[in-house]
Design a protein around this ligand. Structure first.
Ligand code: AMP
Length: 286
């Protein structure tokens, strides 16, 4: 595995591979790799010739009171995991490589549009603008044919797919199912913040989403009833939880439903355990 820190070194390797007829797969991450990230690497490994994993904790997608400073980092472990699971090129750009004038000096941004209006976009103002901008930078730097994103961050993947389409990046956005712990809890770098008790309670999030999917299968079509049932399941199963949002939205537009469920929906939630914000979702066809 090669490892580089600058765009020009990365581009040299990527372009050489492309000239040799190789396709390029990109897995953008913020590091502290876990099995969720590694399943994206595995998908890229299967579908493309040169697998590029990037690690960059992107300051512009964190709000002023969020966990940018204390976001978990372990470069040595990440390097070993990335290499062991089939990464060919590890790109670890510096802050100034990604933001030449610093994050505060960035003047041109990618506005994520209406897909960012609800769900995490509503709770974390500016978050998806930071995400879309940094991913656009990575696309420009690494010129991937395919880029891999997790369904856990469903809204993020939808925004990136739309960005690629609207800005004409010649990249196919691929999504990979959420990897979970045995309890059902979605794997996340942030799970490391959870106490044992919180981690146990957090498994109720998946259970509540599955229950909602079951209710839809059984004929429930009222989004408010579904949201209420999820909230009450969380309240009883996880007393330490504080719900940020529970929302049933159109799976295409990510807009809250006006009336009853008629098309595919995304049931999504964000819940705090102490200072740790966890998200999860499920897509359901009525
Ligand atoms: P992050 O490092 O948290 O920014 O995540 C980098 C990529 O990994 C994103 O596309 C995430 O959606 C994806 N990802 C994170 N957790 C999981 C998971 N549990 N299963 C699948 N993909 C994941």
């Amino acid at each position: 595995m090669d490892e580089v820190t600058t765009g020009s070194e990365a581009r040299q390797i990527v372009r050489r591979a492309r000239c040799a007829g190789c396709s390029i797969g990109l897995v953008p991450t913020m590091g502290y790799l876990h099995e969720g990230h590694l399943s994206l690497v595995a998908a890229a490994r299967q579908e493309t010739d040169l697998v590029v994993t990037s690690i960059f904790v992107n300051p512009t997608q964190f709000g002023p009171n969020e966990d940018f400073e204390r976001y978990p980092r372990d470069m040595e472990r990440d390097r070993q995991l990335a290499a062991a699971t089939g990464t060919d090129l590890l790109v670890v750009p510096s802050g100034t490589e990604m933001y030449p004038d610093g994050p505060q000096g960035q003047r041109v941004w990618v506005e994520p549009g209406p897909l960012a209006k609800y769900l995490c976009g509503a709770s974390r103002p500016g978050h998806f603008r930071g995400v879309a901008t940094v991913v656009a930078k990575l696309f420009a730097m690494l010129e991937p044919d395919r880029a891999y994103f997790g369904e856990k961050d469903f809204q993020q993947a939808a925004i990136i797919r739309r960005m690629a389409r609207d800005l004409g990046f010649p990249v196919e956005v691929r999504t990979v199912p959420t990897v979970r712990e045995a309890s059902g809890l979605a794997r996340s770098s942030r799970n490391v913040y959870l106490s044992g008790e919180e981690r146990e309670q957090a498994s109720v999030l998946r259970a509540a989403l599955l229950e909602a999917a079951g209710n839809i299968a059984a004929g429930e079509r009222d989004p408010s009833a579904l949201e209420a049932a999820i909230r009450s399941r969380i309240a009883s199963g996880a007393p330490a939880a504080r719900v940020d949002y529970v929302s049933v939205v159109d799976a295409q537009t990510l807009q809250p439903l006006e009336g009853y469920i008629e098309r595919d929906v995304l049931v999504a939630l964000a819940v705090y355990f102490g200072g740790t914000r966890l998200i999860d979702n499920i897509t359901v066809s009525p």
